[in-house]
Design a binder for this molecule. Structure first.
Ligand SMILES: Cc1cc2nc3c(=O)[nH]c(=O)nc-3n(C[C@H](O)[C@H](O)[C@H](O)COP(=O)(O)OP(=O)(O)OC[C@H]3O[C@@H](n4cnc5c(N)ncnc54)[C@H](O)[C@@H]3O)c2cc1C
Length: 459
């Protein structure tokens, strides 16, 4: 809730960064990848952490909410400035301060684009494993705040596993450094973990140190058209369990999504069948041949006899895979997009639930996702503003929890799923999170109404 009359003159007098309040200057900051829209009262870009501390002091005394924003690719409404909030634009904090190749870490500004870090790290023979489909446009700050992951998270895990240290400014205006560069420590619960995935409600990242991994000598990306003989859960489990194969990604596109993605220029994906997208890592050409031969043999045994297509540039395949949502945007516009996960062994039960929820609602559903992680993204073709869409979401999330899964594998809770939070972490979990929020942000100015429901936010 914004104070009736924030003192803009005081802000202009103390703040050194850019303040944008023209309608055209604010326009592109009014939405995120959900298509939800709310006009911010201003967009501000602090010069440096001290400027951010001044902004927070002003926001506290004027009771103005602040919404941190990196690339604005959130799929949960997380970076939309509801309630006339001010957007804090970190996109210019895009300096890669340091890469320590020997110790394998990078210190970056929160506005560094994920792919830009990948490119820079590659010149040192290293890479940053979390590679979300949005890697050309999302930032390290946003990736940290959502505990993002991507296709290669099957082998390497999500952001949290790669975070070493962070510097933040809390909602109190205190500067807080958290984490360590040691590869392990045992000093109580790891507080850094609390801030990864905190969706900008506790503090704002001003810099991050992340671990890097050595680029494997050979990476082979493959598209395997499926003939539908085997169910995808046991198929993925069998592949994942084969000790002869080193997969870094096991991705799935159903036939409908693959058909849309095949229309993208230079796609090379076949249209017609459902497809598995795989990445295999190997140390030498001989080992690569051995793994690919074994893979084809295993697929034949399972009954999947179609030849796999090899993609020489694995990263190009992951960029194409990242356009799945875009391909569906082109065809259908906005729709109900979800992000749920269950243990891999029961992913077919989740798939069946998705199909029956869509059939009962008499709407098409397109499904793709990070299959190896049991993470599916069903896209129900229904206007998300239709009240029936929320009933579909509720059924899907309830069913996912019943199966022992999670209501968000990687996109976060944001605005769209805040009312479902207690279903997953329970009343005590929500209470703990609220106490933490109260300590870090007593006035509730940071991203109110996101992750937690609004009641205890801006007071
Ligand atoms: C085409 C497409 C593909 C995608 N694929 C994936 C995928 O494979 N895996 C995946 O995990 N996600 C994916 N996403 C979702 C999205 O890209 C991720 O959630 C991403 O991490 C958001 O980064 P961002 O820089 O765009 O953050 P924003 O949208 O700007 O912000 C996201 C959240 O982070 C907070 N935040 C931003 N910067 C800071 C900061 N400096 N300090 C504190 N909080 C901050 C915001 O307030 C907000 O709550 C995809 C999205 C799209 C559009």
């Amino acid at each position: 809730m914004v104070a009736a009359d924030p003192d803009w003159t005081a802000l202009r007098a103390s703040f050194q960064g850019r303040i944008e309040d023209s309608v055209t200057g604010k326009e592109s900051f009014g939405t995120d990848a959900t298509g939800l829209r709310a006009e911010p009262s201003a967009v501000v870009a602090p010069e440096d952490p001290s400027d951010l501390v001044r902004l927070i002091a002003w926001a506290r005394s004027n009771r103005v909410p602040l919404v941190a924003r990196g690339g604005g690719t959130s799929l949960t409404g997380g970076s939309v400035a509801f309630g006339e909030a001010i957007v804090v634009d970190f996109s210019r904090w895009d300096s890669i301060h340091e890469i320590d190749a020997k110790n394998r870490w990078a210190r970056v500004g929160p506005g560094v684009i994920n792919r830009a870090l990948q490119r820079k790290a590659a010149s040192e023979g290293l890479f940053f494993p979390p590679n979300p489909g949005s890697w050309e446009t999302s930032t390290l700050g946003g990736n940290a705040a959502t505990n993002a992951s991507g296709p290669r998270s099957f082998r390497y895990g999500s952001f949290r596993r790669w975070a070493l240290q962070a510097n933040l400014v809390l909602g109190t205006g205190e500067r807080f450094a958290v984490g360590t560069r040691s590869s392990k420590r045992s000093v109580g619960p790891e507080l850094l973990d609390v801030f990864i995935g905190s969706e900008g409600i506790l503090g704002l990242f001003v810099d991050l140190t992340v671990r890097l991994a050595p680029i494997p000598p050979r990476r082979t990306a493959l598209a395997v058209p499926l003939n539908g003989k085997a169910r995808v859960g046991p198929l993925a489990q069998r592949l994942a369990a084969a000790p002869q194969l080193t997969f870094s990604a096991i991705e799935y596109l159903d036939a409908l999504t693959a058909g849309e993605l095949a229309k993208i220029e230079s796609s090379r994906l076949p249209s017609g069948p459902a497809i598995l997208l795989l990445e295999v890592e190997s140390q030498s050409p001989e080992e690569e041949d051995r793994q690919l031969g074994f893979l084809q043999q295993l697929l034949n045994e399972i009954g999947e006899t179609q030849e796999a297509l090899v993609f020489p540039d694995a990263d190009a395949l992951w960029s194409l895979r990242g356009k799945s949502g875009l391909a569906l945007d082109r065809r259908f516009g906005s729709r109900l997009r979800e992000d749920v996960a269950v243990p891999l062994g029961i992913v077919d039960r989740l798939m069946d639930s998705i199909t029956s929820i869509a059939a009962e609602a008499k709407i098409p559903v397109y499904v793709y996702g990070h299959l190896g992680d049991g993470n599916l993204h069903p896209n129900f073709v229904i206007d998300p503003a239709d009240p029936a869409a929320e009933r579909i979401r509720e059924r899907l999330l309830t069913e996912t929890l019943r199966l022992g899964g999670t209501i968000s594998a990687e996109h976060g809770i944001g605005w769209l799923k805040r009312s479902y939070l207690s279903g997953e972490i329970g009343a005590v979990g929500v209470e703990l999170l609220r106490s933490l929020k109260h300590r870090c942000d007593p006035d509730g100015i940071l991203n109110p109404g996101k992750l937690l429901e609004a009641s205890s936010d801006v007071r």
